[in-house]
Design a protein around this ligand. Structure first.
Ligand code: NAP
Length: 262
């Protein structure tokens, strides 16, 4: 028999790693922060407000025995992100994993959308992801190791029927292609960049007024017949954060209940 060098469960072990999660005060970012901690990582949890959500996140991570810190920062500020990365490394250790989940959503017909509404969303969803990756990769490239996961959306691949959100859809298509582009800039230097594109997921984002009556329709449109729970985004994130995905870079992982097949 050939010698077994494979230890499959260990591939998902994040023990000794330090992670930074943006948008960690709510929804997908909050559960991914918890999931990374459950797999052994210490986690810096960043959101634009410290009240409410981030306290919950730190409380959840506290149950795992891992370390967590809360960082209040706006992802539209490159300096704030550089400072956040520096604080993460000073308090938790060299950054090895980053999940960029901060984002907003709203809707308006394209012909009625004010420039400010368009620009504010683009600044957070697209420039914010770029600035986050830039700050995170700057230290990861120095360490020669790191995994960055950007939370895009299936809206970057398809156009959601009944949702007039041209700016959101364009921002998410941008995140997918930006992730591939950065993956190729940093390939061979130890830093992987991938994205996750969730389908309809039950988070506070989906309780915004224009969505309330559409939830049933979204479920009917989804081949699996339901929305995802936030916890269903955690496994894909652990996969992409860990050595289990050591040969994956530039991938957009659709986690959409089959939506994009139809
Ligand atoms: P969520 O519950 O609203 O969480 C997003 C978090 O990001 C919130 O805590 C939000 O703070 C924070 N944030 C927004 N702007 C920020 C900024 N400028 N700086 C720092 N933090 C900021 O939403 P979610 O559903 O979990 O969404 C997470 C990501 O998944 C987003 O990128 C979203 O586009 C994507 N996604 C969601 C779905 C879905 O169905 N839910 C589907 C596909 C993709 P505030 O509460 O103050 O805004």
């Amino acid at each position: 028999m050939t010698e077994i060098t494979l230890d499959a469960p260990k591939l998902f072990d994040l023990g000794g790693r330090t992670a930074l999660v943006t948008g960690a005060g709510s929804g997908i970012g909050q559960r991914i922060a918890l999931g990374l901690a459950q797999c052994g990582a210490d986690v810096a949890c960043l959101d634009r407000r410290t009240d409410g959500g981030l306290d919950d996140t730190l409380g959840l991570i506290g149950t795992t025995g891992r370390k967590a810190i809360a960082i209040a920062a706006d992802v539209t500020s490159g300096q704030a992100l550089t400072d956040a990365v520096a604080r993460t490394e000073a308090e938790l250790g060299p950054l090895g994993i980053a999940v960029n989940a901060a984002g907003i959503a709203n809707a308006n017909p394209a012909e009625a959308m004010e420039e400010e509404q368009y620009q504010t969303l683009m600044d957070i969803n697209m420039k914010g992801v770029f600035l986050s990756c830039q700050a995170e990769a700057t230290v990861m490239l120095r360490h020669g190791r790191g995994s960055i996961i950007n939370i895009a959306s299936m809206s970057g691949v398809i156009v959601n029927k009944g949702l007039e959100q041209v700016h959101y859809n364009a921002s998410k298509a941008g995140v997918i292609h930006m992730s591939k582009s950065m993956a190729m800039e940093w390939v061979g230097r130890g830093v992987r960049v991938n994205s996750i594109s969730p389908g309809y997921t039950a988070t506070p984002m989906n309780t915004r007024p224009e969505m309330v009556h559409q939830t049933k329709e979204f479920e009917a449109q989804t081949p699996m017949g339901r929305m995802a729970s936030v916890d269903e985004m955690v496994g894909p994130a652990i996969f992409l954060a860990s050595d289990a995905s050591s040969y994956c870079t530039g991938v957009d992982l659709l986690v959409d209940g089959g939506f994009c097949c139809w």
